[in-house]
Unconditional design. Structure first.
Ligand SMILES: C[S@@+](CC[C@H](N)C(=O)[O-])C[C@H]1O[C@@H](n2cnc3c(N)ncnc32)[C@H](O)[C@@H]1O
Length: 195
């Protein structure tokens, strides 16, 4: 299995660094340290979140890209981490297998977010937690900006959608959204839901 992210893996952390400093690092530190139990992180990429999980978590780090996963496995972590290379549209896990599913900056670039989030819903146990940090269509001026920039951005990189309403899709597949935190005109959102 290969993906456009295979080619991006070596420069990914450096490319994201300005955004990490501006907004992502703070959001990640608020989101991931409180996730416990059997955890599935989808689209783990180079594993930026892995050092943040507590020792009480056991994390399955899933990604379609082998080069991304190799980098993820080099991260220090307090939680036990196991890597799985798979497509999140067809998660290789039984129904209700996880206490929590997490992800960051993933559903902007999956081919079918509705189906992917449907799979996430399926593998979470009833009452299990969803924690997502996503960039989405903004609010107000943010909506105008993300709508205008989206075609150019997608034409340039081929995978990432700037104006997806992942916050809405999460509800549509059946999650109860309990908390939504938004930053920079609603373009970055921390979404916490329950199955
Ligand atoms: C923009 S990167 C985000 C990486 C990391 N989560 C972060 O916050 O920096 C998106 C990741 O999702 C993975 N991905 C995209 N579509 C996927 C799919 N259908 N199944 C599994 N992983 C996928 C890519 O390979 C990539 O590593």
């Amino acid at each position: 299995m290969s993906s456009v992210f295979d080619a991006l893996a070596s420069g990914y952390d450096l490319g994201l660094w300005p955004l990490e400093v501006a907004v992502l690092r703070r959001m990640r530190r608020r989101a991931f340290p409180k996730v416990e139990g059997q955890v599935l992180e989808v689209g783990v990429g180079t594993g930026v979140n892995l050092p943040l999980y507590p020792p009480t978590a056991t994390v399955v780090a899933l990604d379609a890209s082998a080069p991304m996963l190799r980098r993820a496995l080099r991260r220090p972590a307090r939680a036990r981490v196991r890597a799985v290379q798979a497509d999140l549209h067809r998660l290789p896990f039984r129904d209700g297998a996880f206490d929590a599913v997490t992800g960051s900056l993933v559903f902007c670039s999956v081919a079918d977010p509705q189906r992917g989030l449907g799979e996430v819903f399926r593998v979470l146990r009833p009452g299990g937690r969803l924690v997502l940090l996503e960039h989405t269509r903004g609010r107000g001026l943010g909506a105008w900006l993300t709508d205008r920039l989206h075609p150019l951005w997608l034409a340039w990189n081929g995978v990432c959608h700037l104006n997806r309403e992942t916050n809405r899709t999460v509800r549509e597949v059946g999650f109860r959204l309990q908390r939504e935190e938004s930053h920079i005109l609603g373009i970055f959102r921390l979404l916490e839901g329950v199955r």
